[in-house]
Write a protein that binds this ligand. Structure first.
Ligand SMILES: [Zn+2]
Ligand SMILES: [Zn+2]
Length: 216
């Protein structure tokens, strides 16, 4: 599985185009301007990709700015965890709280839960429910290539924010990291919602929040 990362909008939110054998999924349409949306479209066209699924790690406003654009381009809705639904329904309120504007995405009709899978090309992504930063946080895991797109759960040297946001739980977040992500293995590449890609091994040994959680 090839992962093409992009970083968009004033919150510097990552968007990932994952592809294999000419088929692709788009994870987190964080593109805010038309130019940012076109940047993703250009890569889709350049590789001649069929876009199979539109996916969200969670529905915080910084991850959904470009959802409408891609829904219209590809005639499909984003798939997300069921707990994303109220966040999407309140997208305007989320935007106002952060002083930005958003075109609300459609409410998802296909909901993803722990253990579900998403397929494209020869890839099957496994869904892990990794709440704490938000109740709807899910991670997309590809075990054969040792890669996971995890949203705002684990960052290089940091973890997802659990203050000043609704329905967060630091305890739940740390449990998601120690019980769901760390067992993936040290060699796993982690594509986070913000900042550079990292690995489980790096964060297990160097991330102070992870170190504290595992009692090192
Ligand atoms: Zn978030
Ligand atoms: Zn974010």
């Amino acid at each position: 599985m090839q992962v093409e990362p992009f970083t968009f909008n004033p919150f510097m939110t990552n968007c990932f185009l994952c592809h294999d054998q000419g088929e692709a999924v788009l994870i987190d349409a964080s593109c805010d301007t038309e130019a940012e949306c076109v940047e993703v479209m250009d890569v889709i066209k350049e590789h001649g990709l069929d876009l199979c699924h539109l996916l969200l790690t969670h529905a915080h406003v910084d991850h959904i700015f470009g959802c409408r654009f891609f829904e219209e381009q590809f005639g499909q809705r984003f798939k997300a965890h069921e707990a994303a639904v109220p966040f999407i329904e309140r997208a305007d309120e989320q935007a106002t709280a952060f002083g930005v504007e958003v075109e609300s995405p459609s409410v998802p009709t296909t909901l993803l839960a722990e253990g579900d899978t998403i397929s494209f090309g020869d890839v099957t992504l496994e869904i892990l429910h990794t709440p704490g930063h938000s109740p709807d946080s899910i991670s997309f895991v590809h075990r054969p290539s040792r890669q996971a797109v995890t949203g705002d759960v684990l960052f290089q040297n940091s973890i997802g924010r659990t203050q000043g946001l609704p329905e967060t739980s630091r305890t739940q977040l740390l449990n998601s990291i120690t019980e769901k992500l760390l067992p993936l293995g040290d060699d796993f590449a982690i594509y986070s919602g913000h900042g550079p890609a990292t690995t489980i091994g790096r964060e297990r040994t160097q991330n102070p929040f992870v170190q504290e959680a595992i009692g090192k």
